[in-house]
Design a protein around this ligand. Structure first.
Ligand code: ATP
Length: 334
């Protein structure tokens, strides 16, 4: 089976071709890079409007070159239905509907956050992991129970990457801020910042204000970056451990663009090692937003008969992962 995936929830205009026979995922992405400041929804949508046709066209050329027999040999088109920026999602939805119509194949609507989890489950071979989604616009822990991925804990304010990016905007650093904080933190000494975990939930807004104030008060920026990473990632590691303990699961997967951070991965790996759990972080191309994860989950959903009609294919900027009936797992209840 071969599935085309299309992703464009925020900054990455991306298309992919996934072949279930070979397990090969070919991804073509074109990132939106703001000239200054953070992501502007209108500019991001303008980027999607010009970049989605070209990444899709490259993937269709690839499908043509590798087709087994006449035609493109594509079985379905999967697209990110939400959550994300409405103007971007609408462009992706329109592209996916028209491509599925042109190829006369079914359409699969994929929840972007469930795709971040499922790519980790797929690549690790884990059965039923807890997932820490540490992405730009989100931060939550997901665990499977009774036919759905339940949100066990989540941020009470901003997503983790967005919180870091807000701090770096204060410093006039270009977007995205996460990799720059990671680099500067290597040269710094730990600086104490507020640590906010409430049960399984957590908050970043107080830490960000304290970090901005510290820099304004003359604390070396490297030290604030080191304190920021240690504090935020310790909070995420604490709640991830609590989720493992609560569910009795001994498998943890990481999802989302912040998962590219070496220090976060090291802290999670160390925690898992200490409690005898297995940890898996997918390779970076599957952590940041990408259409490969949409195509891989799309293939599982298509195989389970979980497709959408055109009227059901409306995008949803607030599409939560626990709204998705999990149809594609062998143990899932219908
Ligand atoms: P979502 O998946 O919730 O829609 P998103 O679309 O913003 O989020 P992602 O690709 O998951 O995108 O993550 C992007 C975020 O990852 C940005 O906030 C960026 O600063 C952060 N990031 C990227 N690399 C690193 C790194 N090395 N360390 C920390 N953060 C990073």
């Amino acid at each position: 089976m071969r599935i085309v995936g299309i992703e464009g929830t925020a900054w990455a205009a991306s298309a992919a071709l996934y072949d279930t026979e070979t397990d090969e995922v070919h991804i073509e992405s074109d990132p939106y890079q703001p000239d200054s400041g953070g992501l502007h929804p209108r500019e991001a949508a303008e980027h999607m409007g010009s970049a989605i046709p070209s990444v899709v066209s490259t993937i269709l050329d690839r499908a043509d070159e590798t087709a087994d027999g006449p035609g493109l040999d594509v079985d379905a088109v999967a697209f990110s239905q939400g959550p994300g920026l409405g103007p971007c999602l609408r462009i992706v939805g329109t592209a996916a509907r028209s491509l599925a119509g042109t190829l006369s194949v079914p359409l699969v609507g994929v929840n972007h956050m469930v795709a971040h989890l499922e790519i980790g489950r797929h690549r690790s071979g884990f059965d039923s992991p807890v997932c820490l989604n540490a992405s730009g616009a989100n931060a939550h822990l997901l665990g499977y129970h009774d036919g759905r991925y339940r949100i066990l804990g989540e941020t009470m304010d901003t997503g983790v990457g967005n919180a870091i990016d807000k701090f770096t905007r204060h410093l006039d650093w270009s977007h995205p801020g996460g990799p720059k904080v990671e680099q500067r933190a290597r040269e710094g000494e730990y600086y104490d910042l507020p640590y906010v975990v409430k049960g399984m939930d957590f908050s970043f807004s107080g830490i960000m204000s304290a970090a901005k104030d510290a820099v304004d008060d003359g604390v070396p920026v490297e030290d604030v970056c080191a304190g920021l990473q240690e504090t935020i990632f310790a909070m995420l590691t604490e709640v991830a451990e609590r989720a493992l303990s609560l569910t009795g699961t001994d498998e943890l997967v990481l999802g989302g663009g912040v998962g590219q951070n070496d220090r976060l991965r090291a802290m999670l790996a160390s925690m898992c090692e200490q409690r005898g759990a297995d940890f898996h972080a997918p390779e970076p191309r599957f952590l940041r937003d990408n259409a490969g994860m949409i195509a891989v989950l799309g293939a599982k959903m298509y195989a389970a008969g979980d497709t959408v009609s055109i009227p059901e294919s409306a995008v949803d900027p607030d599409f939560r992962p626990d709204e998705v009936p999990v149809t594609w797992r062998g143990d899932a209840e219908s």
